[in-house]
Ligand binder design. Structure first.
Ligand code: GAL
Length: 342
């Protein structure tokens, strides 16, 4: 009986802890509660870049004297929302989020704000929510760089646009950028867009199957492919290879993944877009710690997410081809010479 009453007592006390306050003071489940506690929620670790984002962001937060916990949701929206709830209950001062689904992640912002926790959208924008800050690369420019480089190799003909995951707002911006460049040529009838689809979950296998079906349907009559990232490009190139079209059909990519750099040197992929992850991780860590310390950060631009104009920091993406691998990913120590030329 005593235990029950005692436990009964604790539970209400705990329920206070559930909204992570004790006697009105916020409780942070970290050793030194004076430190800023940052929660980093990422969609997936499936694509290579996100490991780098995790490693570099965590290091930067710690170098700034903060504590950080990263949770990956494996592409599952419910899991990402539960992870946000957990970190809020653990007393994080700020949440930095790479949303799996731009719309569904709006719930995270509402939940966080109820506990006085601000939210920074990292790389991908959360839609229709009062997001506090957004930091990313200029994603429309990514699409423009991809289309421009492909047109240098194939100025006209039958083009396929292999997009990213429609749940990812970036995929819409990448496509928008590519269409900014292609549309005048489409209007003139020089370029015919024979395929224009998003790829579920950015899945390379799905991109490969879609390309195999397209090649079959069109009797291999494809002149160029604008693939939104290196993962989907890899799938497309496998399909082209089977049809004996690798090296003959130019293909774009993004993320400067090592296999893509090797494909560019081999000539089966035409270009990729390098986004210096150290830059976004460093700037985002600084932003997170400053905002968690209550500082107001002004940005030089905003992006409308369907609800508000979100204060935004946009970084520069860089096109990489055979010609400038040395001056970009090697110079930046993104890869060593050995890794690239192995
Ligand atoms: C995008 C990101 C890209 C790519 C893709 C797949 O949001 O900007 O760099 O990696 O996700 O994860």
């Amino acid at each position: 009986m005593v235990l029950l009453i005692v436990s009964a007592l604790i539970i209400p006390a705990c329920s206070n802890t559930a909204d992570n306050t004790s006697n009105g003071r916020k409780v942070k489940l970290i050793k030194n509660e004076d430190q800023v506690y940052v929660g980093f929620l990422i969609d997936t670790l499936k694509d290579a870049r996100w490991y780098r984002d995790k490693k570099l962001f965590e290091k930067q937060v710690k170098d700034l004297g903060g504590e950080v916990k990263t949770l990956a949701a494996n592409g599952l929206d419910d899991v990402q929302i539960d992870q946000a709830k957990l970190l809020i209950e653990e007393g994080v001062d700020i949440l930095v989020v790479v949303p799996h689904n731009a719309e569904i992640a709006a719930k995270i912002v509402t939940m966080a704000h109820k506990s006085g926790v601000k939210v920074i959208s990292y790389d991908r924008l959360i839609a229709n929510a009062n997001v506090d800050y957004y930091i990313s690369f200029d994603n429309e420019k990514v699409g423009e760089l991809q289309a421009k480089e492909i047109l240098k190799h194939q100025p006209e003909g039958n083009f396929a646009y292999v997009g990213g995951a429609e749940s990812d707002h970036n995929a819409i911006l990448f496509r928008q950028g590519a269409m900014n460049v292609l549309k005048p040529l489409i209007d003139k009838g020089k370029v015919k867009l024979v395929y224009d689809q998003y790829t579920n979950e950015w899945d390379p296998e799905t991109a490969k199957k879609n390309m195999q079906a397209l090649l079959k349907k069109r009797g291999n009559k494809i002149d160029a492919v604008i693939a939104a990232n290196d993962g989907t490009a890899g799938g497309v190139i496998e399909a082209l290879d089977t049809a004996g079209l690798a090296r003959k059909v130019p293909v774009s990519g993004q993320d400067a993944e090592l296999p893509a750099i090797h494909r560019i040197l081999k000539g089966t992929q035409t270009m990729t877009v390098y986004k210096p992850i150290s830059k976004i991780a460093t700037e985002a860590a600084k932003l997170a710690v400053h905002v968690a310390e209550g500082k107001k950060v002004t940005t030089d631009t905003t992006i409308n997410n369907g609800k508000i104009n979100v204060p935004t920091i946009l970084l520069e993406p860089i096109a990489v081809t055979k010609r400038n691998i040395k001056d970009t990913v090697i110079q930046d120590k993104f890869y060593t010479k050995q890794e690239v030329y192995q």
